[in-house]
Design a protein. Structure first.
Lengths: 114, 113
């Protein structure tokens, strides 16, 4: 079955460390997205990519970086510059030519700073 | 610009009660509208959608009608179950080319037996 796989499900980071969250999709979708979810604040867009080798900043890109070297993969790096990284991170994808169908989401990665 | 406003939660209902979660939107064009559901510890799942005015989306007993005149897309279910306990997100698509979804803040529903 097609879908989006996020790994790991839980991740712990020490202060000052960079960590990378994986997101892989086998839906042949053009566009991929990263969201951050904090309690009571809904979803906030970090980065998105509509085509390989291209990506744009979302609303809260500071302290994060991404790459899109393959259509299937859109990893997110949380850098030491992100001062409050503890959150639930969601990856999503969509077929850019069928925006009416919304997004498909992964099951999320919960990042905790220890 | 584009935005979505959802009713504040949390909402607590008894099993078999009627559910309404209000959602209103602001959009520059003619967006598609969505309801997503998030169960504890999981990602979001598409619950239903509507792509044009007066369309009704439905799934698993939930319904929502795209009302252009009131810019609303309220979620309803006639008889909720304990298994419906989750967070519900209303969203609209930006048809202007960026293909982004704009989400509301979510409404937590708890159904008690």
């Amino acid at each position: 079955d097609g879908g989006i796989t996020q790994s790991p499900k839980y991740l712990f980071r020490k202060e000052g460390q960079n960590v990378t969250l994986s997101c892989e999709q086998n839906l042949n979708h053009d566009a991929m997205y990263w969201y951050r979810q904090d309690p009571g604040q809904g979803l906030r867009l970090i980065y998105y990519s509509q085509i390989v080798n291209d990506f744009q900043k979302g609303d809260i890109a500071e302290g994060y970086s991404v790459s899109r070297e393959k259509k299937e993969s859109f990893p997110l790096t949380v850098t030491s510059a992100q001062k409050n990284p503890t959150a639930f991170y969601l990856c999503a994808s969509s077929n850019d030519r069928q925006a009416n169908y919304g997004y498909t989401f992964g099951s999320g990665t919960r990042l905790t700073v220890v | 610009g584009n935005s979505v406003t959802q009713m504040e939660g949390p909402v607590t209902l008894s099993e078999e009660a009627f559910l309404t979660i209000n959602c209103t939107y602001t959009a520059t064009g003619y967006p598609s509208l969505f309801w997503y559901v998030q169960y504890p510890g999981e990602g979001l799942q598409l619950l239903l959608k509507a792509t044009k005015a007066d369309d009704k989306g439905s799934n698993k007993g939930f319904e929502a009608t795209y009302r252009k005149e009131t810019t609303s897309f309220h979620l309803e279910k006639g008889s909720v179950q304990v298994s419906d306990s989750a967070v519900y997100f209303c969203a609209l698509s930006d048809q202007g080319g960026a293909n982004n979804l704009f989400f509301g803040t979510g409404t937590r529903l708890t159904v008690i037996p």
